[in-house]
Design a protein around this ligand. Structure first.
Ligand code: NAD
Length: 540
C-alpha cells in the first residue's frame, strides 16, 4: 500500500494520543474476558489473527489497521493487511479441504449446522459484547445482529430437504436426474454494520452445500467473525473449510483475482460493490453484490398514527441509522403532513450514549470519518435550502466526550438535494411531502435504489396498490424494516444489488450450487437385443 493510501486510510483511524483513552468501567471487564477466552481476537490492544487451515495465526503483515471503540476511541485491536503468501495459504487450505468436505454426506453437514446454532446461542452474550465494543451499537441491537444471522443457521439445517435434486423418467427406461453440486472455494466480503449477521448469511449456506469459504470481515470490527470461526471449529468443522483473512483493498482484489475462488458474496457500499462485481465477473466468478440504499416510508393519513410514528423512528434511528434497511426518507402524504411536529418530538426523546449504557437508543457512528461525513451531509441540506426540524450535530454525550456521536436529525428537503440523493448512513431522516399516493410512488420509483420501502395505512386497497406499483424489492405494509426471514431470501433490487441470485434461503442454495444432470438408460430389453438402432432418439 502506498504511503498516500495509508494516510488516506489513517484518516479514519485512531491517533496515537487518542489510543491512550480507556474503556468505561462497564466495558473494560467484558473486553478483558473476551481477550482471555477467545483465540482469534483481542479487545485490549492486541492483534486479530487470521484463521487459516484450522489455526489462528499471527500475521507477518507490515501494515496493520487499528480497531477502535467508537464510543471512546480506545484501541481494541490491530488487524493485519494479510500478506499475499498468507492469502495464498488460506486459498490452498480451502482448496484442499474442498476435496473431502464436498464428499461428506449431507447429514454430516447438517449436524455441523445444528451444533453451530447451539454454540452460537450458548455464546451469544460474548459475541454481542464484542459487537458493542467494536461497532458501537446498543447491546440489545447487537443481540439482534446475531439473532438475524442465527436464523440463517437454523434455516440451513433444512438442507436435507432443500438440497434435494429432481428426477424423472424422460423416455421408456431412461431417467434424467439433476443434482445440486457445490462450486468449490467461495469467498465472502462483509461490511462493518452487521459484524455477526453478514458472516452468518454466508458461512452456513456455503458450507452446508459442500463448499469451502474464505471470509474477509470488515477491518473495522472483525471480532465477531473471529469468534464465529472459533465456534465453527468447536462445532466440528474440519480445518480449511472456513478460513478468515483480513485486510482492505489488496485482500479484496486478491479474492477477485484468485483462479481457485469460484464465487464471491459481497455486502457493503456502492463503490466497493461495483468494483468487486466487475472484477470478479471478469475473472469468471459468480458474484452477488448487496450495496447501498435509500429506503422510503410512506405515511398515509389513515395510518395508525402511534404505530406508524414509532415504527418510522425506530427504523430511522436504530443502529444510529447504520442499517442498509434503515428508513432514511419519510414521505408524508396529504393530512399526515400535520404529524411532522409529533414525529420530531418523539425523535427528540431518543437517548444518545454508549452501547452498554442502560436505555441507550442511539450509539456512536463507526468512525470519526463517518461522523464528519454525516455532519457534512446534514449541513449541505441547510446550504441547499432544506430545513432542520431537529439537529443532532455537535451533540455532547455525558461520559463519552470522544465518541463519534450524532444525535437524531430530521431534515425537510426535496429530491434534488444532496441529503436526499446520497445514502447518509447515519441518524438523519429526510422528510418529503406529497399530495397523493401516486406522487409518493413516483418519487420512490424514480430513486435509483431498490432495497426496501414501507407504507403505513389502514386501507387494504391502498396497501395493495402500493405493493403492486412500487418497484422496490422488499416491501413492508405497516412493517418498517421488511427483511424477509431465511425461509425466503433477500430481494433488494435496482442499484442496491448486482448479480442474479440473492442471499440466504432458497436463493443461497442456487448461489452456492450448480446443476449436474445425468441421463441414464437401463433398458431391460437391451439384455436381449441383437441389433443397434441408428435412429435419432426422440424420447417418445
Ligand atoms: P464498504 O463498502 O466500505 O466495505 C465493505 C467491505 O468492502 C469491507 O470488507 C471493506 O474492507 C471492503 N472495501 C471497502 N472499500 C473497498 C474498495 N474500494 N475496494 C474493495 N473493497 C473495499 O461498506 P461499509 O462502510 O463497511 O458498510 C456500509 C455500506 O454497506 C452501506 O452502504 C450499506 O448500505 C451497505 N450495506 C448493504 C447491505 C445490503 O444487504 N444491501 C447490508 C449491509 C450494509
Amino acid at each position: 500500500m502506498s504511503v498516500a493510501r495509508l494516510r488516506a486510510v489513517g484518516a479514519r483511524r485512531i491517533s496515537t494520543s487518542a489510543s491512550r483513552n480507556a474503556l468505561g468501567s462497564a466495558a473494560r471487564p467484558l473486553a478483558e474476558k473476551i481477550s482471555s477466552e477467545w483465540r482469534g481476537t483481542s479487545m485490549t490492544g492486541g492483534t486479530t489473527k487470521n484463521f487459516i487451515g484450522g489455526e489462528f495465526v499471527e500475521s507477518k503483515a507490515t501494515e496493520w489497521i487499528d480497531v477502535v471503540d467508537p464510543s471512546t476511541q480506545t484501541l481494541l485491536s490491530k488487524v493485519p493487511q494479510t500478506t499475499s503468501s498468507e492469502f495464498d495459504q488460506a486459498v490452498d487450505a480451502a482448496s484442499q479441504a474442498f476435496k473431502t468436505w464436498s464428499k461428506t454426506s449431507v447429514l454430516t453437514r447438517q449436524r455441523f449446522v445444528l451444533e453451530l446454532q447451539h454454540l452460537l446461542r450458548q455464546n451469544s452474550e460474548a459475541i454481542a459484547n464484542s459487537i458493542v465494543l467494536e461497532q458501537g451499537k446498543t447491546l440489545a441491537d447487537a443481540h439482534g445482529d446475531l439473532l438475524r444471522g442465527l436464523q440463517v443457521v437454523e434455516n440451513a439445517a433444512s438442507i436435507t430437504t432443500t438440497l434435494m435434486g429432481e428426477k424423472i423418467e424422460v423416455s421408456k427406461d431412461m431417467d434424467t436426474e439433476v443434482r445440486r453440486v457445490p462450486l468449490g472455494v467461495c469467498a465472502s466480503i462483509a461490511p462493518f454494520n452487521f459484524p455477526a449477521m453478514i458472516p452468518l448469511w454466508t458461512i452456513p449456506m456455503a458450507t452446508v452445500t459442500g463448499n469451502t469459504l474464505i471470509l474477509k470481515p470488515s477491518e473495522r470490527d472483525p471480532g465477531a467473525a473471529m469468534m464465529i470461526a472459533e465456534l465453527c471449529q468447536r462445532a466440528g468443522l474440519p480445518p480449511g473449510v472456513v478460513n478468515v483473512v483480513h485486510g482492505q483493498v489488496p485482500t479484496v482484489n486478491a479474492i477477485c483475482d484468485h483462479p481457485a475462488i469460484k464465487a464471491i458474496s459481497f455486502v457493503g457500499g456502492d463503490k466497493a460493490g461495483k468494483h468487486i462485481y466487475e472484477r470478479g465477473t471478469q475473472h469468471g466468478k459468480r458474484v452477488q453484490s448487496n450495496m447501498g440504499a435509500k429506503n422510503h416510508a410512506v405515511l398515509m393519513p389513515d395510518a395508525n398514527k402511534n404505530l406508524a410514528l414509532n415504527s418510522i423512528i425506530g427504523a430511522a434511528f436504530g443502529a444510529a441509522g447504520q442499517r442498509c434497511m434503515a428508513i432514511s426518507v419519510v414521505i408524508l402524504v396529504g393530512e399526515a403532513q400535520s404529524w411532522l411536529p409529533e414525529l420530531v418530538e418523539r425523535a427528540r426523546k431518543l437517548k444518545v450514549s454508549g452501547g452498554f449504557e442502560k436505555d441507550t437508543d442511539i450509539g456512536p457512528l463507526i468512525s470519526p470519518a463517518a461522523k464528519e461525513r454525516v455532519t457534512r451531509l446534514i449541513s449541505s441540506a441547510t446550504e441547499e435550502g432544506g430545513s432542520l426540524h431537529l439537529d443532532g450535530r455537535g451533540i455532547q454525550v455525558a461520559n463519552y466526550p470522544d465518541g463519534n456521536f450524532v444525535g437524531p436529525t430530521i431534515i425537510e428537503a426535496n429530491t434534488s438535494m444532496t441529503c436526499y440523493k446520497e445514502e447518509i448512513f447515519g441518524p438523519a431522516l429526510v422528510v418529503l411531502r406529497a399530495e397523493t399516493l401516486d406522487d409518493a410512488l413516483d418519487t420512490i420509483n424514480a430513486n435509483r435504489y431498490g432495497n426496501g420501502t414501507a407504507i403505513f395505512t389502514q386501507s387494504g386497497a391502498t396497501a395493495r396498490k402500493f405493493e403492486t406499483e412500487v418497484e422496490v424489492g422488499q416491501i413492508g405494509i405497516n412493517v418498517p424494516i421488511p427483511v424477509p426471514l431465511p425461509m425466503f431470501a433477500w430481494s433488494g433490487n435496482k442499484a442496491s444489488f448486482l448479480g442474479d441470485i440473492g442471499f440466504y434461503g432458497k436463493s443461497a442454495i442456487n448461489f452456492y450450487t450448480q446443476n449436474k444432470t445425468t441421463t441414464s438408460l437401463w433398458r431391460a430389453q437391451d439384455a436381449l437385443a441383437t441389433r443397434a438402432s441408428v435412429n435419432m432418439p426422440t424420447h417418445h
